[in-house]
Design a protein around this ligand. Structure first.
Ligand code: SF4
Ligand code: SF4
Length: 301
């Protein structure tokens, strides 16, 4: 069974309407700018927020591995953690939290059903996100099938870094894909995400050939992918598809991943790649390039 590391209610940027977004753990990509690095690993991970810590040492005392110590800089992890979760259960202030837990289908659907009215009235539904949800395709299909039985609109937010067979299985079980298109050049893609992009591009074409509805999401990151060459190549690729994306969402970069890495005790952007948020001018130029190629596009979404 895959783990869920977050559930976002009243999400308005994860597909049509107001949605409940379920974040599945595990991702084969390592995007430098990732907003959810706690989703990288398939296993549970511990997050520590120093400003919430009152130094009570309940976590230190309860840890069976003697893995935690209180220092002037807060709680330190000695690298022997087995992710048992005892410290997070004991922490009175939620300074320590565990990201990733198993949910029974029944418990998951109880959470989803609470939002049924708002989802239905807004034309929303449930979005499966990650991590990379197709990494645990059997579990993903089980959840999608259950949502389908309940007549809830299903969106899958994915990189499409998966086999064609798995993409088809998921396509049969969702109404909409949200697909990331980070950059067209394979070498650059590998540098910034640690995986090649040929399979991703093939799968975008596959989804399009199937006539399955999809939106494309392009993060706009100055220093990484906002150059004219990449944006034009992206637009040309999308315009060449037999079925166009319903919309291209241009997502403005911000470094929220930084705080998450600090809480995980890992390093944000360890290679020091220069990344900046796009100016208004860069955003409008990107929008213009998409529109010049006949694509429906907007900033954000
Ligand atoms: S999760 Fe378990 S092993 Fe890891 S630090 Fe907490 S109590 Fe110790
Ligand atoms: S239990 Fe929580 S508040 Fe207490 S020392 Fe540990 S992390 Fe800090």
């Amino acid at each position: 069974m895959a783990l869920i590391f977050d559930i976002k209610r009243f999400a308005i940027n994860d597909g049509p309407g107001i949605r409940t977004t379920l974040f599945m753990k595990g991702c084969p990509l390592r995007c430098v700018w990732c907003h959810n690095p706690e989703g990288f690993s398939e296993k549970p991970v511990k997050l520590y927020t120093k400003k919430k810590c009152i130094g009570c040492q309940s976590c230190v005392e309860v840890c069976p591995e003697k893995n935690l110590v209180l220092t002037p800089d807060g709680i330190k992890d000695l690298g022997k953690c087995t992710a048992c979760g005892k410290c997070t259960d004991e922490c009175p202030t939620l300074a320590l939290e565990m990201a990733g837990k198993e949910w029974t289908m029944e418990a998951l659907m109880q959470v989803v059903e609470k939002e049924r009215q708002v989802m239905e009235e807004s034309g929303g539904g449930v979005t499966m996100c990650g991590g990379e949800p197709l990494m645990h395709v059997d579990y993903l299909c089980e959840v999608l099938d259950e949502l389908g039985r309940r007549k809830i609109h299903r969106t899958v937010d994915t990189t499409l870094f998966a086999s064609a067979e798995n993409v088809k299985r998921v396509a049969e079980r969702c109404e909409l894909f949200l697909v990331d298109l980070k950059m067209m050049d394979g070498e650059r893609h590998k540098r910034y995400t640690k995986v090649p992009n040929e399979q991703i591009l093939r799968n975008i074409r596959l989804v399009s050939e199937m006539g399955h509805p999809f939106w494309i999401r392009i993060p706009l990151i100055v220093g990484v992918n906002t150059d004219e060459e990449n944006l034009t190549a992206s637009a040309e690729f999308l315009a060449s598809l037999p079925t166009k994306p319903e919309v291209v969402n241009l997502l403005v970069y911000h470094d929220v991943g930084k705080g998450k890495h600090a809480r995980l005790g890992t390093t944000y952007n360890p290679e020091g790649i220069e990344m900046e948020a796009p100016s208004e001018e860069v955003q409008q130029r990107a929008l213009g390039i998409m529109q010049e190629h006949g694509l429906e596009a907007k900033i954000g979404g």
